[in-house]
Design a protein around this ligand. Structure first.
Ligand SMILES: [Fe+2]
Length: 184
């Protein structure tokens, strides 16, 4: 059966109501992988005027959000977490080069934390990855891409820590250089 936004949201709600923890979010990520394989479902979330960030469902019961991200060009996002929330990144089109970072010094009021890069990997179409509370990550795109993301709560209303990269042994620490990526 083809998922619709409403049926997908209901499935996510069923899982999170029962299990809002890393294991439950992995189940949600699998639902998202399945949905991303359905061309009609993906197409239903986007149109020619899609903005970089569009909340397509904000759950009235649990507060999670489903978002369609339509990025028209390259972007280089700084390391970030999602404060007290979590997010699942699902790649619909294009490719995201994601990196995971380890905190070496916590953020404090008025002072960014320091993080070191641990690994890099590609999110390719159909891949969905869970970032739990406090997981620091940085997305980068070499070109256009579309993502379907799920946030535990609408992150527009959540304060998040700032982080500065320190040397990582993988590549030199460098500031964002293409353009600030939308927060994600
Ligand atoms: Fe993120």
């Amino acid at each position: 059966m083809h998922p619709t936004l409403a049926s997908f949201a209901a499935s996510v709600r069923d899982v999170l109501r029962e299990q809002d923890n890393p294991a439950g979010r992995e189940r949600v990520a699998q639902l998202l992988r399945d949905a991303l394989r359905d061309r009609a479902f993906v197409d239903s979330l986007f149109d020619a005027a899609s903005p970089p960030r569009k909340v397509v469902h904000e759950d009235p019961q649990l507060g999670f959000c489903i978002l369609a991200h339509d990025y028209r060009d390259a972007g280089d996002g700084p390391p970030h977490d999602h404060g007290p929330s979590w997010a699942i990144y699902g790649q619909a089109e294009g490719e995201t080069f994601m990196s995971d970072w380890q905190a070496v010094e916590p953020a404090a009021p008025g002072r960014p934390g320091k993080v070191r890069k641990l690994r890099e990997y590609a999110l390719t179409p159909g891949v969905a990855h869970v970032y739990n509370e406090g997981d620091v990550h940085a997305p980068r795109r070499a070109g256009p891409g579309r993502l379907v993301r799920i946030e535990g709560v609408n992150l527009e209303r959540v304060a998040r820590g700032k982080y500065e990269p320190v040397g990582d042994g993988i590549s030199p620490a460098s500031p964002s250089r293409v353009r600030p990526a939308p927060r994600g």
